[in-house]
Design a protein around this ligand. Structure first.
Ligand code: F1P
Length: 339
């Protein structure tokens, strides 16, 4: 509620941010797992909405690569716990004077990442009970959208545009509630995945990282092997895997995206693959043999990745419950990967 004007978006990053943000020409985002996927979404937003070049890298690789750091680079870490060893190691590996500042987007106040970063944005999602990040992800996305507006304003993003994004954000609670109310139909869809060993997720543009997150959730809590591909990559390899035992989930929020996905989806059907489309209820998608549709509420374009994440999380949840796995404490995984 505090954040209700373009000025208050900038203020949300603290007084110190003002001087640093003025110098930013490019952004380097580093994170692991779910937090990395949030960074991937932010790259689309930063470049499309604010015109700021952005690189995103998994923190576990960051220090194993020589970096050419452009002048005016803002280094951004994203982490739920603030204790992920690889993310901390990456932060400690930023000695180039071309970095103008280090911002942590983090859920845990007082964590190592928060203590070691000069700028901090606390996501305040509340404690994550389970190992797999869920509400931390949607909150990170919201925080990142704020960063896009705060930086974009300095690059000439008009206050009107910022007001319109803030308006979209105000619709989020209601839209997320609507998405969560699809629990029953999602539970029904989930039955088709229980006996499967693999699942393919497809997305395009900003929905590609959302598809990646959907695949990660399925792996983490139901132990079903899942991969995400940009829809256009399907015919460059993964199509060879598609048959009746490989369900394909596609995130296709609007007509335009659906139109572009059409040929990919036909390829899947032609090989006997069952299709699960998560689409806008106003898009013209028809259920048919082997085509199952989950109709989502009409969502404004910019916040669509946040809303579409919820049904994908619910899908993994129901598959895991039906398979009898421990949703909160999946085998082999730790809440904070500190080594
Ligand atoms: C990163 C992460 C989580 C994942 C699991 C292991 O954690 O990969 O995304 O769900 O908890 O760690 P963090 O840096 O966001 O705390």
């Amino acid at each position: 509620d505090r954040i209700d004007s373009p000025q208050s978006v900038s203020d949300a990053f603290g007084e110190r941010a003002t001087a640093i943000f003025d110098q930013v020409r490019t952004v380097q985002i580093v994170a692991c797992g779910t937090s990395y996927h949030a960074g991937m979404v932010a790259r689309y937003w930063l470049e499309a909405l604010a015109g700021i070049p952005c690189q995103v890298e998994v923190a576990s690789e960051f220090r194993y690569r020589q970096h050419v750091v452009p002048e005016g680079t803002l280094f951004v870490t994203i982490s739920q716990s603030g204790e992920t060893a690889d993310t901390l190691a990456a932060l400690r590996d930023t000695d180039s004077s071309n970095y103008v500042g280090r911002l942590a987007i983090c859920n845990v106040d007082g964590s190592s990442l928060v203590r070691e970063s000069e700028l901090v944005f606390l996501t305040k999602a509340g404690p994550e009970i389970g190992v797999a990040s869920t509400k931390a992800f949607t909150t990170q996305l919201t925080a990142l959208l704020m960063l896009v507006m705060a930086l974009g304003r300095r690059k000439g993003m008009e206050d009107e545009k910022i007001e319109s994004i803030l308006n979209e954000l105000r619709q989020l609670p209601n839209l997320i509630e609507q998405a969560a109310s699809l629990d029953k139909p999602i539970e029904q869809l989930s039955r088709a995945f229980v006996e499967k060993h693999h699942t393919l997720f497809l997305g395009r543009g900003v929905q590609f990282p959302v598809a990646m997150e959907g695949a990660l959730k399925l792996k983490e809590i139901s132990y079903i092997h899942a991969e995400a591909y940009p829809a256009g990559e399907l015919k460059h390899g993964p199509l060879a895997l598609v048959d009746k035992d490989m369900p394909v989930v596609a995130v296709a929020p609007n007509d335009e995206l659906l139109e572009k996905l059409k040929s990919n989806l036909q390829e899947v059907r032609a090989r006997g693959g069952e299709l699960y489309l998560f689409a806008d209820k106003n898009a013209h998608v028809k259920e048919g043999e082997g085509i199952h549709v989950l109709n989502l509420p009409a969502v404004p374009e910019i916040i669509a990745p946040i809303v579409y994440t919820v049904p994908l999380q619910l899908l993994s949840y129901h598959v895991a419950v039906l398979r009898g796995t421990d949703v909160d404490q999946p085998r082999n995984l730790a809440k904070s990967v500190t080594v």
